[in-house]
Ligand binder design. Structure first.
Ligand code: CP
Length: 347
């Protein structure tokens, strides 16, 4: 088990972690992948330990990979869905709780911390007011009151997906060094306005890894929140990579080594989605198809999943040898085991 270079209590965003510690997580994850039942599992770092997985939103990959990952490391996972099989939680301070919520995060996080050694949280935006959703109050509330490490299982970023994606790219290119690769993060059509979390995260990790990143989206309205654009600029300044904004499909795809697709809602319409619909409906041609992939440098394609086939990417792209989305999904298991082991081994 690789030790982190310093004690980091939570895993909320990769941007909070040093590059050396992210590299250590990726190295450990690769070890877990290579030695599923071998040396990497000796010591079972979660033996006798447990994790609460708190889901405010649905999941296939995250729930399965965290539950199994905890089990494979010798630990136990408890899955909770507040408002369904657990009490609805209040996150506002000083509020009179005479509405739907039954208990406050101040009690929830502290009680769970008496039972478990780690807490994972999935809490998507409410999609009403971005100025509120961008505060990430649910994750921040758990991080504030928990006395055990908290892991972001996707809120307004998706750092576990970032690590899985980075590992899949390192495997594909046969090198931990991704610098100099042309990376295209392309917006794609979806009938609904979706979370920007994976787009924020893809931009963050691709620039952190020093790639030459192009953010391809229909118009300026689809640019990401300034916090993440700023992180990307900071990362580029540090890594030596580059960041380009493009609204031109042909030039963005030209010579690309990586194409990563995601759909998201345009932030200026956040909470007022009706006027955005006719705008997004003009851009169905952003679908990733064979003709676009033919413009690339034999690029690898991926997506976080779930993906609507023939809306975001065609069957031909999804079924092509250049699609590594399944590999990336598998990597969720390995990187999350590395994160859980590192956090559980603190102090
Ligand atoms: N990519 C991802 O987080 O998948 P789930 O929503 O199924 O967990």
């Amino acid at each position: 088990m690789q030790r982190l270079g310093f004690h980091m209590k939570h895993f909320l965003n990769t941007q909070d972690w040093s590059r050396a510690d992210l590299d250590a997580l990726l190295t450990q994850a690769a070890l877990y992948k290579r030695n599923r039942l071998g040396d990497a599992l000796k010591g079972r770092p979660l033996e006798g330990k447990s994790i609460a997985l708190v889901f405010f939103n649905p999941s296939l990959r995250t729930r399965t990979s965290f539950e199994l990952g905890a089990f494979q490391l010798g630990g136990h996972a408890v899955v909770l869905a507040p408002g369904k099989d657990a009490w609805p939680i209040e996150f506002e301070l000083g509020t009179v709780m005479d509405g739907e919520t039954e208990e406050h995060i101040a009690e929830v996080a502290r009680v769970l911390s008496r039972y478990v050694d780690l807490i994972g949280v999935r809490a998507f935006p409410k999609f009403v007011d971005w100025s509120i959703d961008r505060q990430d109050k649910v994750l921040a509330g758990f991080a504030k009151y928990a006395t055990v490490p908290v892991i972001n299982m996707e809120t307004i970023t998706h750092p576990c997906q970032e690590l899985a994606h980075a590992l899949a790219l390192q495997e594909h290119f046969g090198s931990a060094d991704l610098r100099g690769r042309k990376y295209v993060l392309t917006w794609t059509y979806h009938p609904k306005a979706l979370n920007t979390a994976v787009a924020n995260s893809a931009l963050t990790i691709a620039t952190r890894m020093g790639m030459d990143v192009t953010l391809l989206c229909p118009t300026e309205q689809y640019l990401l929140d300034e916090r993440y654009m700023g992180w990307a600029r900071d990362n580029v300044a540090e890594s030596g990579g580059s960041l380009t904004i493009s609204h031109d499909i042909d030039s963005a795809y030209a010579g690309a080594d990586v194409v990563y697709a995601k759909s998201w809602g345009a932030l200026p319409f956040f909470g007022n989605w009706a006027p955005e619909k006719p705008i997004r409906d003009q851009y169905k041609h952003f679908i990733v198809d064979e003709a676009k992939m033919a413009r690339t440098n034999n690029a690898v394609f991926s997506h976080c999943l779930p993906l609507r086939r023939n809306v975001k990417a065609t069957d031909a792209v999804m079924d092509s040898p250049s699609c590594i989305a399944i590999e990336e999904a598998e990597n969720r298991l390995h990187v999350q085991k590395a994160v859980m082991a590192a956090l559980a081994g603190q102090g």
